[in-house]
Design a protein around this ligand. Sequence first.
Ligand code: MG
Length: 255
Amino acid sequence: MADTAKPAIGYDDTPIIPGSCWRVHDSKRPQPRVVVPGTFSTQESIGVPPSDAIVLFDGRDLANWVGKDGGAAEWKVENGCMEVVPGKGDIRTKAEFGDCQLHLEWSAPTVVKGESQGRGNSGVFMMGLYEIQVLDCYQNLTYADGTTGALYGQSPPLVNACRAPGLWQTYDLIWIAPRFAGDRLLSPAYVTLFFNGVLLHLMKDVQGTTQHRKTTEYKAHAPVGPLKLQDHRDLVRFRNIWYRPLTAYDQTAPA
Ligand code: MG
């Protein structure tokens, strides 16, 4: 009779790892989920999200977005990207989410006009409240806590890694939502942000909702919220927007 038993993949006689309920190399420890990785975008082509990503904008339409007062999102969609239509207002996703890995790409207008905060200004508002600045800071000085990738009005990025306007730029961020118990803040939000593959923030704590010319604080809110993109009256474009909810690796005890 053929031996069909699979070879052992681990051990059942090793010590328990401190702080866990699993043995070292535990054969019964749950496997990580399988995710098919996507591809990265280039200046010429748009990448493909990983298999478990929730796509917020795939280049075709704004079906996943709403505009002013919850009405239709009225930004322009063309050539696989969306573009701010000045005066049409911010747009936000219908989807609401908390802790996540977020990917998006943006491009400042090729025709450079304005300076400081007036050049290619938009913004990525996590949970609709906390702005990661989008701005063309390629050879464009502005106040440090308002530069590209800044937690606006709070924390400048570690570096300025801007590409020239007109080129595609990439944000990959990890967002940990703030935790509240009733009206009380238990822990702030934290941001880790890569810009064009360069680290701008590492688990940077967020002080509160985004303000202009004021300090800030938290106001308790739901554990999820929409992603909002800002109409700052500049012709900023976006493409390839997706997120993956962060779910804890299964740490439940063996049966
Ligand atoms: Mg902005």
